[in-house]
Design a protein around this ligand. Structure first.
Ligand code: SF4
Length: 284
């Protein structure tokens, strides 16, 4: 089970995205998947390249649209483990409409956001995750917009699995991706992934000084929605670990009446040849 391929990533040396790639590869192996059982769907951005760097099915989609594609893949073939991935601009700006509805829809997909708080591929513009006052070429006087909180949004959208990690903590990140894959529903894993080339504020040291690992709170109950919301707000969104999980709610696939566990391609059409020919004729 080797999820490495022979493509050399062209991320900048030191980019946080390398650890996320390694964590996905390790998590997939640890849960016992074979490469042909995994699909990695990505959007656009430096992070979007990840689908080409993992030995599995991969699709590098279009900007902000990783989730619609991933949901289509999952509906067509429930037997695949589907991971969607992209950056904070991809998922929380242009793709935010899809993100919210994918969260509340609760298909069995793991969504990993590589959150570097800037647009890296286009050489450094303010993203929805940038802090107020953040100076870039697009905000030379400093950003005057408030910072979006993906964890609070996910919780209020009815998420059944919310986690956050830091690319420096490969052990925690791998364990969270494993848990996300095993979760029967939509899992959001936001990962602080420093952009070493364009973001000189939110560096590895900046995150190390600020992240609050949930391990510090042994009595924390990740099944308590109110406690999760409170802890997210108390820590100003810097919490890492498994923040919330609801195993009671069924996945979208399990709620579709009659939806079969096999891939669509393996199912009987349940049509006679005449019915099939007549159906085809409608589209001629
Ligand atoms: Fe990573 Fe930033 Fe380089 Fe993109 S520009 S590869 S996000 S370090």
């Amino acid at each position: 089970k080797d999820f490495r391929n022979n493509v050399k990533p062209n991320w900048c040396p030191g980019c946080g995205d390398f650890s996320i790639q390694a964590a996905i590869q390790r998590a997939a192996a640890n849960v016992g998947l074979e490469p042909e059982q995994l699909a990695v769907i990505s959007g656009i951005g430096c992070s979007g390249r990840i689908s080409g760097y993992i030995n599995a099915y991969g699709l590098h989609g279009i900007h902000g649209r990783a989730l619609p594609i991933a949901q289509g893949v999952k509906l067509a073939n429930r037997e695949l483990t589907v991971i969607a991935s992209g950056g904070d601009g991809d998922g929380f700006a242009i793709g935010m409409g899809h993100t919210i509805h994918a969260i509340r829809r609760n298909l069995n997909i793991t969504y990993i956001v590589m959150d570097n708080q800037i647009y890296g591929l286009t050489k450094g513009q303010t993203s929805p995750r940038s802090a107020e006052g953040f100076v870039t070429k697009s905000t030379p006087e400093g950003s005057i917009e408030s910072t979006l909180s993906p964890l609070e949004i996910a919780m209020s959208a009815g998420a059944t699995f919310v986690a956050q990690s830091f690319s420096s903590d490969l052990k925690q990140l791998t364990a969270l991706i494993e848990a996300g894959i095993k979760h029967e529903g939509f899992s959001l894993i936001n990962v602080f992934s420093p952009c070493v080339t364009f973001n000189k504020i939110n560096t590895y040291d900046w995150f190390k000084e600020r992240v609050v690992n949930l391990e510090q709170f042994p009595d924390y109950d990740a099944t308590n929605r109110i406690a999760a919301m409170n802890k997210i707000m108390e820590t100003e969104g810097m919490l890492t670990g498994l923040i919330y999980q609801n195993t009671e709610r069924k996945s979208y696939e399990d709620m579709i009446p009659g939806f079969q566990p096999e891939a669509l391609a393996k199912q009987d059409l349940a049509l006679s040849q005449d019915q099939f020919d007549s159906l085809l004729a409608e589209f001629k």
